[in-house]
Design a protein around this ligand. Structure first.
Ligand code: NDP
Length: 404
């Protein structure tokens, strides 16, 4: 069985589905998509048909309801479920996979809608159940998390004998012309940037206030940008799987206008996730804010510029020649992505890795029983497919460790 079922029909799912249909040598079976809103699935299927001539089956499902997903899986009978809905649905979808004997892949770790706190514990807890069922769940197969951890494993396997320090640098140099918009789901994005910052240093987490530490960095193909220290989920899995890591940090660039908007919105309470009563109705401020902000899926047409995401990694050289520092990164162009699949680069850099991960699981290149993060799997076949499918990467040696 090579059939695949994608859950979610947003910006990322659209890219993944287009790329699956464009690569029928990797996706030999049926391709199906299901989301809460059937019309979104149909719109993607139409675009895929127009661009590639390939047929995508469409279904409606509320993925919060395990019984509904189980029934859907029993109808579609896929070998693999690719979760491109929201992090809130991860556990329900993993449970549905366990009940039906289907492999699982996602791009973001579970978060409870009631608490803006994401950690892998909930999904890692399911390891034994997946193992006993002989099923594989691969977590976080987007760009970050996903490619950034695969980059780390690749450098650790081919250049270094361990990682002493890792800095993950995520730069979006794109301009969409709006005064304020998020480049993926606004609710998840704003919860992430307003959360307390954590980074790993000498065996423990150091906490600091959101957006309180920034440094300028000159990104190739983009130019100098301020990047802010943030917590990001791959820090947790990287320090778990590579226990030699002394320091792990994650940085993301934001323009001054973005920071000003988020600060004001936070100060006035619009980023809150506790319900407030308004004219007899319960409203969650952040969800209302999402409703009035531009839809990230519609930004593609107007976004220009490039993204540059990668890791700077320092550790002992594999050949014993002392400590070495490598920078491994991808540059992606918003307009080229739009031409190819009708989406901007943030959806593209997430959707293509999900497509590649799905292909490697379907053909058995990535296999195993249990719950895995990407750094636990063989990076080489994945790195090869990144080069082939629109996300070429390069690795350069730097003169020494980062000095920020
Ligand atoms: P969107 O908001 O564009 O799309 C989310 C989709 O999920 C929508 O189609 C939505 O359907 C659907 N959905 C939400 N709730 C349910 C439900 N209960 N049942 C069924 N479908 C549901 O998000 P993105 O495409 O931007 O992001 C998708 C995922 O990718 C997110 O988890 C995000 O965190 C992750 N991500 C990961 C990155 C990485 O590098 N690892 C980077 C960017 C994103 P509807 O609209 O009908 O409600």
């Amino acid at each position: 069985n090579k059939d695949v079922l994608v859950i979610g029909a947003g910006g990322v799912a659209s890219v993944t589905l287009h790329k699956m249909a464009m690569n029928r040598d990797l996706f030999l079976g049926r391709i199906a998509v299901a989301s809460r809103t059937l019309s979104k699935c149909e719109a993607i299927a139409k675009s895929v048909k127009d661009r590639t001539g390939q047929v995508i089956e469409t279904y409606q499902v509320d993925a919060d309801d395990v019984a509904q997903t189980v029934a859907l899986i029993q109808t579609v009978k896929p070998a693999l479920l690719v979760n491109l809905a929201l992090p809130y649905q991860d556990l329900a979808l993993m449970e549905a996979c366990l009940q039906t004997g289907v492999h699982y892949l996602d791009t973001a770790n579970y978060e409870s809608p009631e608490e803006a706190k994401f950690e892998y514990s909930h999904q890692w807890k399911l390891h034994d159940q997946f193992k006993q069922a002989g099923l594989m769940a691969t977590l976080g197969v987007g760009f970050d998390p996903g490619v950034t951890s695969i980059f780390a494993t690749y450098v650790r396997q081919h250049y270094l004998s361990g990682i002493r320090q890792i800095d993950i640098l995520d730069c979006n140099g794109g301009d969409h012309g709006h005064p304020f918009a998020t480049n993926f789901n606004p609710e998840i994005n704003i919860r992430e940037v307003t959360a307390d910052v954590k980074h790993w240093e000498n065996g423990g987490w150091i906490t600091s206030p959101a957006m309180s530490t920034s440094v300028p960095f000159d990104f190739e193909a983009v130019g100098e940008k301020n990047m802010y220290l943030m917590y990001h989920e791959e820090l947790e899995s990287l320090v778990t799987h590579f226990p030699e890591i002394e320091r792990a940090r994650f940085w993301m660039t934001f323009g001054d206008a973005y920071i000003n908007h988020v600060t004001v919105l936070q100060n006035v309470g619009m980023t809150g996730i506790d319900p407030v009563e308004y004219e007899g109705q319960q409203i969650i401020p952040l969800q209302f804010l999402k409703a009035v902000l531009p839809n990230p899926g519609d930004l593609g047409e107007r976004t220009k510029g490039k993204t540059n995401i990668g890791d700077i990694i320092t550790g002992p050289a594999k050949d014993g020649s002392g400590e070495k520092t490598y920078y491994i990164y991808n540059i992606c162009d918003h307009e080229e992505c739009f031409r190819e699949v009708g989406s901007q680069a943030v959806s593209y850099t997430t959707g293509v890795p999900a497509m590649i991960g799905a292909a490697l699981m379907l053909n058995g290149t990535w296999s195993g029983a249990g719950v895995f993060n990407t750094e636990q799997l063989d990076p080489d076949p994945f790195m090869e497919l990144l080069n082939k499918h629109g996300l070429p990467w390069q690795v350069v040696e730097l003169s020494g460790p980062v000095d920020f």
